[in-house]
Ligand binder design. Structure first.
Ligand SMILES: Nc1ncnc2c1ncn2[C@@H]1O[C@H](COP(=O)(O)OP(=O)(O)OP(=O)(O)O)[C@@H](O)[C@H]1O
Length: 497
């Protein structure tokens, strides 16, 4: 054994002398090339760190494979990211996973090795060197290079959005420079409202959901038709009918962030533009109670002040300086319309604008004209189908019974908002029959009051009409009297002449 070891050591030193490291490296490369030449596979290496920068493709592949790893992997790594409440699965170190795309089978290997002891680096590098190696049949190379990587990136973004908590942004400190470089502050958005919990007419609800989905999947449509990829919704209705809940349900449904724009904190149109520029794609920009946020009567006053302004189309934003409000020191309706509709609305894409109001009649027609807000959604008092959703959510009721039929008879007349009904249901959620009974009584009282109110209103209208007729009569000169007056005038004329 000792002599064999000696011979081996001798041969090794001889090999080192005869074949210097350069020659060995060259021959290794040569053999590798020969192997690759005859192999039917090609390989793609995606390292975690590219030079000193993080390779985005590595992170995307890691996320993309997380969905398959959770199903196919026998050894899976688990991680939970910052701002996330979900656990992400991943391919374990030096494990591999098979994936198929457009009929082509590919194999991913997660290669992890120890990093050589570092010399000098501007950025401290992780101790492990991580990367993915993709093994693909040479005949499928075009498929992979053509669209597979784009597909991986797209899926990864989708998973990232799904895993990350929604964020709720606010500009409560204003968009001015004193609020720092970023005018929006954010908090995790945890509103539990979804379209399942939202009480409204099911037909209307599914219409809205389909519209949202069409929008989110409509990139090619918007590109083809030359339209900016954005959509506007105007939610109107009495307080407590679920306008805010609807916005939360939209955000949760599409996985978008919300930018709650406090218009009263924005001083000028240019501040508004800056805020818009700092919003991200896949977001909902909300202006609540739009009728209270901005003096929407400015334009009307201006347009009534005569001359050119009389003919000014309220729908088209006025050029700067066309009226006294656009002097750059205030925020104006035209500034707001530019924000949602003009050139600036197209910075970024896939954005939804939502305005809410309790008084649609107070809004400037410019905001209401067709094409401005794509969908006007009336959040009305609680209807019976909406009420059934509330009953199911709060009490777990699925079927109707006699009491519910009685409720159905009065609910429309009662004109109660979902918020009113929720309050009664929350209060009595441990005693279902008491909850329904109390609601029935409340609804009957409200229905009676509504009937009285309507009767009083109709009476008042009748009196008003009668008054108007009387006034008209008092002003009218009877035709008979008028003829007599004319005859006597003629006679007087004849006498004179
Ligand atoms: N359509 C609805 N479906 C389910 N819950 C609702 C609905 N409408 C109101 N609610 C309940 O009433 C509460 C208040 O509703 P929400 O704030 O969404 O109403 P709103 O119309 O935005 O009111 P406001 O105009 O005063 O802001 C919600 O927290 C929710 O519990």
């Amino acid at each position: 054994m000792a002599s064999m070891m000696g011979v081996l050591a001798f041969c090794q030193s001889l090999l080192h002398t005869v074949f210097p490291p350069e020659l060995r490296l060259a021959s290794h490369k040569f053999f590798q090339r020969c192997l690759n030449w005859f192999s039917s596979y090609c390989y793609y290496d995606i390292t975690e760190i590219d030079g000193v920068n993080t390779n985005e493709l590595y992170n995307a592949v890691r996320l993309y494979l997380s969905s398959s790893a959770s199903i196919a992997g026998t050894r899976v790594s688990l991680t939970r990211g910052l701002n996330s409440s979900t656990i992400t699965f991943g391919v374990s170190n030096n494990d591999s996973l098979v994936d198929t795309y457009n009929g082509a089978t590919v194999e991913w290997e997660h290669v992890v090795t120890q990093r050589q002891s570092q010399t000098f680096s501007w950025r401290p590098l992780p101790e492990e060197k991580r990367g993915f190696t993709l093994r693909v049949k040479k005949k499928n190379r075009q498929v992979v290079l053509g669209s597979y990587f784009d597909f991986v990136m797209e899926k990864a973004n989708e998973i990232r959005r799904k895993n990350q908590d929604r964020l709720l942004y606010t500009n409560s400190r204003g968009g001015s420079s004193d609020s720092g470089s970023h005018p929006w502050q954010s908090v995790p958005f945890k509103h539990p409202s979804t379209f399942d919990t939202l009480a409204m007419d099911p037909v209307k609800k599914s219409e809205i959901m389909a519209d949202l989905l069409d929008f989110a999947n409509g990139e090619s449509f918007y590109q083809r038709t030359g339209r900016a990829w954005k959509r506007g919704y105007l939610l109107y209705g009495p307080p407590g009918t679920g306008k805010s809940s609807m916005i939360a349900a939209m955000a949760n449904y599409l996985g978008y962030d919300i930018y709650d724009l406090e218009l009263t904190e924005v001083k000028t149109n240019s501040e508004l533009r800056k805020l818009l520029m700092k919003t991200s794609s896949k977001s909902i920009i909300v202006i609540e109670d739009i009728d209270c946020s901005i003096n929407l009567t400015n334009r009307k006053k201006n347009s009534n002040s005569g001359g050119r302004k009389n003919n000014h189309d309220a729908a088209s934003p006025a050029p700067l300086g066309a009226n006294e409000e656009d002097d750059g020191s205030t925020i104006t309706l035209s500034g707001l319309l530019n924000f949602t509709d003009g050139l600036w609305s197209c910075c970024g894409s896939e954005r939804i604008f939502v305005f809410t109001t309790n008084h649609i009649e107070k809004l400037d027609p410019a905001l209401l004209r067709s094409g401005r807000m794509d969908m006007h959604i009336n959040m009305s008092y609680c209807s019976f189908p909406a009420f059934k959703i509330l009953l199911k959510n709060y009490l777990g009721y699925e079927e109707t019974n006699l009491v519910l039929e009685e409720l159905e008879g009065v609910i429309d007349e009662a004109e109660m908002t979902p918020a009113d009904i929720s309050e009664v249901l929350i209060k009595n959620r441990r005693d279902k029959s008491k909850a329904v009974q109390e609601l029935l009584e409340a609804m009957k009282i409200r229905a009676e009051k509504t009937r009285e109110k309507k009767w009083l209103e109709s009476k008042r209208n009748e009196i008003e009409d009668e008054k108007q007729v009387q006034e008209k009569r008092a002003l009218d000169i009877p035709q008979e009297g008028f003829d007599q007056l004319e005859d006597s005038c003629k006679k007087d004329d004849e006498k004179i002449f």
